[in-house]
Design a protein around this ligand. Structure first.
Ligand code: NAP
Length: 349
């Protein structure tokens, strides 16, 4: 049984890439959290103070170490795992974390709902979590919110739901260069297709979000699709990554579809490209009632991801052991001061 709600909750960060670095100040703002350790395999970060790695104006007196084996069980309660998008990549780390008996909040997209696509690994993670009495959750802006827990929560007012459509349109002109590179700006259509065929290109998690919705709404899916295509420049343009000719990619669009029988019951449109005039996140629920909610400008992905990870910590501390999802835990809400959620504890199963 977990020693619950120790105060403060002691946190170790695993993975100090852009997301891990941006997350650190969110943790420092919470009086009930204390950063006690950090792990990263990048030799440029190992041995340095976390405050310095994250370019904060203060030292945190926490040095980055190169492996979890350098830390001891007694010193922490929760690990925040921000290392990779792929399930196979986090399994060894999750097994180590289970032995340390620390709860886990991760941003690994494939861990957000692995039960349908990778059931054997999901079972293995769930079993090791239960064995060591820890709870594991993966969350973030997407997967984690915009295309799963947001629509799931929104349908709580519905008498009937026939289908769900979500559009996430991002204007990549405002985003950092590595993001623009990641979405294929400047690639020819052939280069784009070759990259897409590698299987390691584009947004990860549309399928996991569709399956999370289906699991929560009790929909049996026949199949899902996740197709990626380039968004092409209509005319030549100068970009931060150089000159892009008409017909070359200015970003990508991914369409996710989930079918029950022949009915398309979930549709996701994920577009991240330069010069998108009306970036927005839009949720359409078709049923009784039908409604549409638009967030003009769209949610800032990095802020949202760091916030939901931080806000999920008390919920995960109170959760029963096992691999959990945003669809089966109580709603995660903003939590700056310890609140009622601190007293919440799920019954053991
Ligand atoms: N769910 C969501 O909404 C959401 C939102 C944002 C991001 N994400 C995901 O969150 C992950 C983190 O994002 P990012 O942009 O920071 O990724 P990143 O640039 O790949 O950074 C990951 C960092 O973790 C380190 N690392 C890799 N394996 C490790 C291990 N086993 N132990 C310790 N450190 C390890 C990496 O070191 P090296 O560089 O030396 O490999 C790197 O410093 C990504 O997979 C991203 O796709 C999800």
């Amino acid at each position: 049984v977990k020693a619950r709600m120790s105060s403060p909750i002691r946190v170790v960060q695993v993975g100090l890439g852009p997301v891990g670095q941006m997350l650190t100040p969110f943790l420092l703002e919470r009086p009930y959290l204390k950063l006690v350790g950090a792990v990263d395999i990048d030799p440029h970060k190992v041995g340095r103070d976390v405050g310095e790695v994250c370019r904060l104006d203060q030292k945190l007196n926490v040095k980055v170490v190169d492996g979890l084996d350098r830390l001891s069980k007694e010193n922490a309660d929760v690990a925040l795992l921000t290392t990779t998008s792929y399930l196979s990549g986090v399994v060894p780390t999750l097994e180590q974390l289970a032995k340390l008996e620390w709860d886990v909040v991760s941003t690994c997209e494939e861990l957000s709902y692995p039960w349908t696509r990778q059931p054997a690994l999901a079972e293995r993670i769930d079993a090791v979590a239960r064995k060591h009495g820890i709870s594991i959750l993966s969350t973030g802006v997407n997967p984690g919110f915009l295309m799963d827990s947001w629509p799931i929560t929104a349908t709580s007012i519905c008498r009937k739901v026939e289908r769900i459509r979500i559009e996430r349109i991002q204007d990549a002109s405002q985003r950092r260069l590595p993001f623009q590179q990641k979405i294929g700006v400047g690639l020819s259509t052939d280069e784009f297709r070759a990259r897409a065929a590698s299987g390691k290109f584009g947004h990860v998690g549309l399928t996991e979000s569709m399956q999370m919705i289906a699991a929560r709404l009790g929909w049996k899916l026949n199949r899902t699709e996740d197709q990626i295509e380039p968004v092409l420049a209509e005319k030549d343009l100068d970009t931060a990554l150089g000159h892009v000719k008409a017909g070359q990619a200015i970003g990508l669009q991914q369409i996710g579809k989930a079918f029950r029988g022949s009915d398309e019951i979930v549709t996701f449109v994920f577009r991240a490209a330069l010069n998108q005039p009306d970036p927005a996140d839009t949720l359409h629920v078709f049923g009784i009632p039908s409604f549409k909610v638009t967030i003009p400008g769209g949610i800032h992905g990095d802020i949202a991801t760091c916030a939901v990870v931080t806000n999920a910590i008390p919920v995960v501390r109170g959760a029963a052991p096992g691999l959990r999802t945003m669809a089966d835990l109580p709603p995660v809400g903003f939590c700056l001061e310890p609140g009622r959620i601190d007293h919440y504890q799920e019954s053991r199963k």
